[in-house]
Design a protein around this ligand. Sequence first.
Ligand SMILES: *Cc1c(COP(=O)(O)O)cnc(C)c1O
Length: 391
Amino acid sequence: MIPSVLPTYSRAPLSFVEGEGAWLIEQDGRRFLDLGAGIAVNALGHANPALVAALTEQAGKLWHTSNLYQIPQQQALADKLVALTFADTVFFTNSGTESCELAVKMARKYFYDKGQPDRVEIITFSGSFHGRSSAGIAAAGSEKMTKGFGPLLPGFVHLDFGDHDALRAAITDTTAAILIEPVQGEGGIRPVPDQCLKGLRDLCDENGILLIMDEVQCGVGRTGKLFAHEWSGIAPDIMMVAKGIGGGFPLGAVLATEDAASGMTAGTHGSTYGGNPLGCAVGNAVIDIISAPDFLAEVNRKAGLILQKLEGLVAGHPDIFESVRGSGLMLGLKCKATNSDVVSAGYAHEVITVPAADNVIRLLPPLNITDEEIAEAISRLDQAAGSLETA
Ligand SMILES: *Cc1c(COP(=O)(O)O)cnc(C)c1O
């Protein structure tokens, strides 16, 4: 008999009933250190008092009005994002995959309006993840996500991650854009080197095509910059955001330059919930905290601390771990043991990590995790790895 919850996930037998900063409390009372943060979503930890206050204050006033009217909280959040980034304009969504839908539509409309309606193709890379909507799975293109769901949305060209020659050859007069995650998340925490992002920017400029970045997982302070592409010194034309921007409230966004967004006039796109007062009240609180002076400096300091400790962990368990990789507090441990076994051993030692492709476990702690919690997390991972060695 089919479970009452559609069984598209194989879930761990854990039911968390409360959260507190970097801690999750199981219904049996056990306290888990959360290095998953709801897959890079709870950027400021669980039950963050500033976010709880923003949400409850708004909840007592007004939840939803629709985008038929002005929404002051949405306007304020858009103004902040425009001031803080390359972007001139923002559309709010409820999830990462909805941001992918708009990014694809925006790129195609751009060329349609420029009298180049044949420029519809979007180049993407192996190992990428852009969500589970029809555009998202067609963009990523992996058999795991697309098999059985055809016909797929056409117009995506899939290249091997890091194959520069194939990329140059793939750009034709039907290419509209290149879509890339500056740091692949689901693909196994694979950062794109800065010089490659610069090269992509040049390639797009030379060919008059758009550069779309998917910062759904790596954005909003995760890598120690507000957005990951800032490390490379270049900027995209269109950027997809979600996960961390809502701190746990479902919120996403597409940021774009004025030029890239020029086709998106009244009536060309919409969302009933996107950018509603509740979501934007929380989004404003998140962005205020993460963009405050010193917040990202602290993320970078902690990233250095945890990286150093993780290198020690890998060195101490050469049969379990192979290497550490990532950027900021978006870290991956490439495993020699099976990654899902390492994640399960972590559960047994009350520390939460998230598996990814390429036999990696992801560490995506809340950005405000403390030094003591980092030390405790490493000690628990050390015990978890040790338990696998003696097993
Ligand atoms: C999670 C994720 C998405 C999809 O986001 P949803 O909110 O699950 O739709 C898209 N792109 C990247 C890079 C992601 O990590």
